[in-house]
Ligand binder design. Structure first.
Ligand SMILES: C[S@@+](CC[C@H](N)C(=O)[O-])C[C@H]1O[C@@H](n2cnc3c(N)ncnc32)[C@H](O)[C@@H]1O
Length: 229
């Protein structure tokens, strides 16, 4: 399997200098480099951004800015990416990486708990609380996102999905990372820790949601690609 993985890595477009720098600095300056989405997933996301013609992207879970830099690097000139991160100690590294990648004018970093930030962004778009009937007149449709990438706290994926659903335009994508969770989602007996149970619940919720079509790609730790109809 490792040989195949290496072969695939060798046959993907190289990630480029800025992403090399972010990856290296993540290893040097944090203890959690395995959280990086990495070269292959990054390249897939760059392609998804380009073929979908995305102009507005929302990311939950910036970490050191690898995936944000990947996606923002292929946004058009007037494109915008909002990225949400809880850990303020990462801020300097994240902003340095955005500059290296030349994406600092397209990306806005929001430090804080992403559920709180989402409530604020929803209100700026004219959306009320989840489940409330926001009238089409009050919603600023120019602020709807083309892509939302969910990659923050695994215990909260279902809540994130509900919060972001009406922030995405019809035909837009919701991408959710780590949905195979190291294979735990299909272990028998099912591990009873909160993260595994939450991801299982999330994947089931998406499968049963008639408003979307979706497929889990077995890339790295599993990427759920969800298209809002
Ligand atoms: C898997 S990492 C993100 C990796 C990043 N998307 C990438 O590909 O390079 C998850 C990040 O989510 C952040 N996070 C966890 N809970 C959060 C929350 N409630 N609000 C905002 N960010 C959160 C963590 O601090 C961590 O940096």
């Amino acid at each position: 399997m490792e040989k195949i993985y290496k072969y695939i890595e060798d046959h993907a477009t190289p990630q480029g200098e800025a992403l090399d720098w972010i990856e290296k600095q993540t290893h040097i300056r944090t203890n959690h480099a395995r959280m990086l989405s990495g070269h292959l997933q990054g390249e897939l996301m760059r392609i998804l951004v380009q073929i979908s013609g995305a102009r507005r992207i929302l990311e939950l879970g910036t970490f050191t800015g690898y995936s944000a830099t990947c996606m923002a690097s292929v946004l058009p000139e007037d494109g915008h990416l909002d990225t949400l991160e809880l850990n303020d100690e990462l801020e300097d590294l994240i902003l340095e990486g955005f500059e290296k990648g030349g994406v600092e004018d397209k990306v806005q970093l929001h430090i804080g708990d992403c559920k709180e930030t989402l409530v604020r962004l929803r209100s700026e778009m004219g959306l009320g609380a989840v489940g409330s009937d926001s009238s089409a007149d009050t919603v600023d449709t120019s602020k709807l996102y083309d892509i939302v990438y969910i990659d923050a706290n695994k215990r909260e994926y279902c809540e994130y999905y509900e919060l972001v659903f009406d922030m995405v335009r019809s035909g837009g994508l919701i991408l959710a990372d780590n949905v195979i969770w190291d294979g735990k989602v299909c272990q028998d007996p099912l591990p009873q820790d909160k993260q595994t149970l939450s991801i299982v619940k999330f994947n089931d919720m998406v499968t049963n949601d008639r408003r979307v079509e979706s497929v889990i790609l077995p890339l790295r730790d599993g990427l759920n690609v969800i298209r809002k109809k």
